[in-house]
Structure formats: structure tokens, C-alpha cells
Design a protein around this ligand. Sequence first.
Ligand code: AMP
Length: 284
Amino acid sequence: MGIKVLKTCTELQSHVRKLKSANNTIGMVPTMGALHAGHLSLVKYAIEVTDETIVTIFVNPTQFAEGEDLDKYPKTFEADLEKLAYLNVPTVFAPSNDEMYPPGCSTRIVPADVSRPLEGEFRPTHFGGVVTIVLKLLNLTGADKAFFGQKDFQQVMVVKQMVADLNLATEIVACPIVRESDGLALSSRNVYLSKDERVRSLALRKTLGHFKKMISLGERDAQALMSEMQQMLIDNGVSSIDYAVVANPNSLQAYDQIEFPVVALIAARVGATRLIDNCLIESG
Ligand code: AMP
């Protein structure tokens, strides 16, 4: 059977009703399209652990601020469908902007406190848009499980907190970061990188590798680690750094002295392209 592409909320809701009445568990993978192996790893996992996978493709305007890349965000819809069909994904939900935000749709969700630092500082309206669309998609799909990538580390925390705070029944499943063979975390935005920038983009994974090594050698001074990370990013050619921090992965609070678990999180620009990456270390 071919892949079913649903465009309206009504179609999706009636499809979900049928699935639920046949006692299927539903897995949702929300994406903005331009699918790569990172997205597909979430899809494969969803297929493995739920009965029916629904992949959503929607470039959500409310999570982009003025001046960000909403208009030029890569769109590869036909290729996306081919990749999903190859994995035997039964259903894709690909609504229009008007379908998700019809005239008069003005309710917005306020994201939890954990959205404030890091990404929240540099993209203050971003997580409000994320939690609003994720809640809408969870309501529409009635998903038992929803799958997110650890690459967007803070996003997973913000979504999990929303699910807890609003008593939603969906389980949020975090999946590991998928990387290119040279270590660059896959991202739809990597297509913006010129050849030279692609080389310089390795600064992020080199810096995270260095962080890991310093921890394994016994460095526990958070300030020293963060200074080294900043320096390494600059030495390896990033254009600017939004943040390069080490923090408690359960709260995003800074450590003075590193304890475990610990996460290093980076957001930096290479040319005009903003890249994020992180490295979680569970124990010393
Ligand atoms: P996006 O289309 O960028 O909104 O991403 C959709 C989902 O795919 C999010 O949960 C991302 O965290 C996840 N994702 C993006 N890149 C990767 C990657 N390299 N590895 C794992 N998951 C990813």
C-alpha cells in the first residue's frame, strides 16, 4: 500500500479515530521536512516500538523569529515522501500554514522555565512556537509516543516539561544524535554551508570531543572547561559563538565543579549558518 498524505486536521482526526478503534498504538515523529538520516532514525525507532507511525512535515512559522530563515528553509517534499515510503511509513501529515493557524487562531503556549537559558536567550520566541505546534500535533495524532532527537537537547527538555505540566498522556522518547562520518551532526540547515564552511563546521564536534577528553583526564573546573571550549571553537574557525557551556542535563543549571551527569552544549555560527550540538556524559 502506498504512503497516505493527509493535508487537513479533519482527515487526520478521522484516520486517528480508525487507528484507535482498532487498538493501534500511535507513534508521532514531528519534522520540518528536508529529511535526512537523523530524522529517519527517529522514524525507524517509531516503527519499531509503535503499531502506526505518523510523520508530520510542517515548517512551523511560529517558531521562527523575524529575520530567521523561515523563507529559505529547505523544502524537499517529494524526496521526503520517497524516503518515508521506502521505510514503509503508512501516513504523513503535511498541512498548510492556514490549516494549522487559520485566521483567528491566536492561543499560544508559554513554555516552561527550562526554555529560558541558552536557546531561549538567543531565540526568545522559539520555544513558545515549538510547544504550541507540538501540543497541536499531539492533540491531532493522539500519539502514545512522540519521538525527538537529542540533537535539540533543550527542546526535548522543554517538550517533556510541557507534557508533564499539562498532564498529557504521550510519552516523549529522546533518540541519539546521528552524525556524518566526519562527526558533523546532521541538520537540514547543513545545506546552507559552503565548502569552506563545511570544513569549519567540524569545530563543534572537535570541541565536544575535547570536552569529553578533558573530563576523562579528570578536569572538573567548569569555568576552565568552558574557556577551553570557546577558544577551541574560535581556533577552528567558527564565525561567532552564542554559547558553549557545561551544565546539569536535568536542569541546565551551570556547575562550578563538574558533577555527573553533565552535558556540554554549543550554539555557534559558521558563516551565516547557526549550528547546535551537544555531548552528554552520564558518569565519570
Ligand atoms: P527538524 O526537522 O529540524 O525540526 O527536526 C525534527 C526532529 O528530528 C527533531 O526532534 C530533531 O531533534 C530531530 N533531529 C534533527 N537532526 C537530528 C540528528 N542529527 N540526529 C537525531 N535527531 C535529529
